[in-house]
Write a protein that binds this ligand. Structure first.
Ligand code: FNR
Length: 179
């Protein structure tokens, strides 16, 4: 049967290396798997007063998309050793409700950075928040793309080793979601 994965980027900029990884993932996903990119641009800052008034439309759309997804593919830059405010905000919104949209969701973590370590600290921080929200992270580890500005050119992933690594990783993730 078909599988629908929801993907989000922790970066809003058009030339984002992280969003470029998600676009590459759309092309490299196994047969029968659709990866949809959800933009976090319209999500308001988390505010319990907004929640008490009833989720704003952008929040409702985000929470419904998470709840409906078979799994999540998340690409997040590292900002000052952590995840971006944009993504943390999205995790916080999706951690709310009974059941929380994130509860039980299996997540695949990607990160791209011009630096050598490729966002390892951000992914560790992200994993912690996701687990606190009841989501699951895959045992096979993260896709960390260091020196990403040399591997992603004009928005396209061009590095063959990274392409093959991403393809294999996605196949493993899809297997994990199916089981
Ligand atoms: C960064 N960058 C960065 N990189 C890193 O590897 N570790 C870090 O702690 C930080 N800190 C940081 C803070 C802030 C405020 C900015 C704007 C940037 C660099 C970052 O990895 C680089 O700008 C990426 O290209 C951002 O991801 P996108 O937008 O290309 O997806």
């Amino acid at each position: 049967s078909r599988m629908n994965l929801l993907s989000v980027s922790g970066s809003l900029r058009a030339a984002s290396l992280n969003t470029a990884l998600l676009r590459a993932a759309q092309d490299l996903a196994p047969e029968g798997v659709t990866i949809t990119i959800f933009s976090l641009r319209d999500l308001p800052l988390f505010d319990q007063d907004l929640e008490d008034e009833g989720d704003p439309p952008a929040v409702a759309a985000w929470k419904e998309a998470v709840a409906a997804a078979d799994g999540l593919v998340i690409a997040c830059p590292e900002y000052n050793g952590g995840i971006t405010g944009v993504l943390k905000n999205a995790v916080d919104w999706a951690s709310r409700g009974k059941p929380a949209p994130l509860a039980g969701k299996l997540c695949c973590l990607f990160g791209a950075s011009p630096g050598i370590t490729g966002t390892v600290r951000a992914q560790d921080a992200l994993r912690l928040s996701l687990r606190r929200a009841g989501a699951r992270t895959e045992p096979q580890g993260d896709v960390l793309v260091g020196q990403a500005h040399t591997k992603i050119i004009d928005g396209a992933l061009t590095d063959e080793r990274t392409i093959e690594g991403l393809r294999k990783h996605l196949a493993g993730f899809v297997e994990a979601v199916r089981t």
